[in-house]
Design a protein around this ligand. Structure first.
Ligand SMILES: Nc1ncnc2c1ncn2[C@@H]1O[C@H](COP(=O)(O)OP(=O)(O)OP(=O)(O)O)[C@@H](O)[C@H]1O
Length: 242
């Protein structure tokens, strides 16, 4: 299986300050990878590097030829006095046809919203419209940078469940950054703990019990892990042949 993206021995600095060093990660098709780490640990920089918006000072980013990336930003400020329907928003920056727009809205879980004004949407609906926009070009890799900031916990959990559903349907890889450890731990196949370098990585249960992770985040994510195991057991209960 050819990976979607690999970074090799990446170093990035700004104004003489080293932000990333020796970062080597791989994202495979169909997996949900979450980057966690303290403020300023280089998470957004790593996403932007993978998206091609930041150049490494050292090392290489190798993308699968023809790789299509969909990007969901943290938040987008729209002028609330500017009338703009959801459908019109999906035409920015590139026009799309109605059928494509409707499919993307359905995949993002906001299918009846096309005629609504962007200013009338709830925070969760707004983020789903951003997700729909990222899905318009049928990405192989979906990148989300703290896409649930400002949502409450049930809203975030619902958003990440939708991301899993999108991954299951489209088979795209997902790379995301989140501070909501207890929520993302249950939605991720693999977690990378970043602090300028990769401290540790692995399945959520491996990472949350790693000493490097505990040093950064403490041991308060036990509940998250229970949730992960519970959901996992639950799925197997319904799919005994799984
Ligand atoms: N374009 C830039 N120019 C100068 N410094 C930058 C630039 N982008 C990021 N930095 C600096 O690099 C460091 C890492 O930033 P980054 O946004 O990648 O961290 P982060 O882990 O995403 O942080 P947070 O959790 O607070 O969002 C910060 O000190 C930031 O100020």
């Amino acid at each position: 299986m050819q990976s979607l993206v690999q970074t090799h021995d990446i170093a990035v600095g700004f104004g003489g300050r080293q932000v990333l060093s020796h970062v080597a990660i791989t994202i495979n098709p169909g997996e949900i990878v979450t980057i966690v780490g303290p403020n300023g640990s280089g998470k957004s920089t790593l996403l932007r590097l993978i998206a091609g918006a930041v150049k490494p000072d050292h090392g290489q980013v190798v993308r699968r030829p023809g790789l299509r990336i969909g990007y969901v930003p943290q938040k987008l400020q729209l002028d609330p006095t500017l009338p703009m329907t959801v459908r019109r928003f999906l035409d920015l920056p590139r026009r799309c046809d109605d059928a494509t727009a409707l499919v993307a809205l359905e995949e993002a879980g906001v299918s009846p919203a096309a005629d609504r004004q962007m200013s009338e949407l709830s925070g969760g609906q707004f983020q789903r419209v951003l997700l729909a926009r990222a899905l318009l070009n049928q990405p192989d890799l979906l990148i989300l940078d703290e896409a649930t900031q400002g949502l409450d916990q049930p809203g975030s959990a619902a958003f990440y469940q939708r991301i899993e559903a999108v991954r299951d349907k489209l088979g795209c890889g997902v790379l995301m950054v989140s501070h909501e450890l207890h929520v993302v731990m249950s939605a991720s196949d693999r977690v990378i703990c970043l602090n300028g370098h990769v401290c540790c990585e692995g399945t959520p249960d491996v990472v949350s019990s790693a000493p490097e992770y505990r040093e950064l985040f403490g041991t308060g994510t036990g509940g998250a892990l229970a949730l992960y195991r519970h959901e996992h057991d639950h799925a197997h209960h319904h799919n005994p042949e799984d």
